[in-house]
Design a protein around this ligand. Structure first.
Ligand code: NI
Length: 168
């Protein structure tokens, strides 16, 4: 197990539409272990494979940030099958440090995914869990939370990103 370096905006790997995982092997299990370690060390509540430079449809989510093992979710080839409602709340991303903006997300979703061993499963998620999952699934399509911003929020985020890039 290892903590991997997190790729930062504007790394092009963050814009890749990742291909599905087809091999549920030891390499995948090791990658999942490393991603969980990396997410907890950051600390963060979610991490997608492209954020550690791996182009695979794989994400981990843990709203407890390691406090409660039952809250750890490993999502291989996740899909949002349905959404309902919407709410707006502040969101951030480990790949875009120091930027938080309010993003509209569904309130309730149903998610289909596979486990580390390839077992399919389906479950409902609401509020923060739904938000975290939507954010991570976006990553697998090369979409970042800043892409959801409109109007003044978008302009403000663009200015902050320019400042961050200059100071990097
Ligand atoms: Ni993110």
């Amino acid at each position: 197990m290892a903590v991997l370096p997190i790729r930062l905006y504007p790394d092009p790997v963050l814009r890749v539409r990742c291909p599905e995982v087809v091999d549920f092997n030891q390499e995948l299990s090791s990658l999942i272990d490393d991603m969980v370690d990396t997410m907890h060390a950051a600390p963060g509540i979610g991490l997608a494979a492209p954020q550690v430079g791996v182009e695979k449809r794989l994400a981990v989510v843990d709203l407890s940030v390691g406090d409660d093992p039952e809250q750890l979710l490993v999502l291989v080839n996740p899909q949002i099958c349905s959404t309902a409602g919407s709410w707006i709340e502040e969101e951030g991303c480990l790949s875009i440090p120091e930027l938080n903006e309010k993003v509209t997300r569904p309130l309730d979703i149903v998610v289909k995914a596979q486990s580390a061993s390839g077992e399919p499963f389906e479950f409902p998620a609401s509020e923060w869990l739904a938000r975290a999952i939507c954010h991570e699934v976006d990553h697998l399509d090369g979409v970042l939370f800043i892409d959801h911003l409109r109007g003044l929020r978008r302009e403000r985020a663009k200015r902050s990103l320019k400042r961050l890039l200059r100071s990097a």
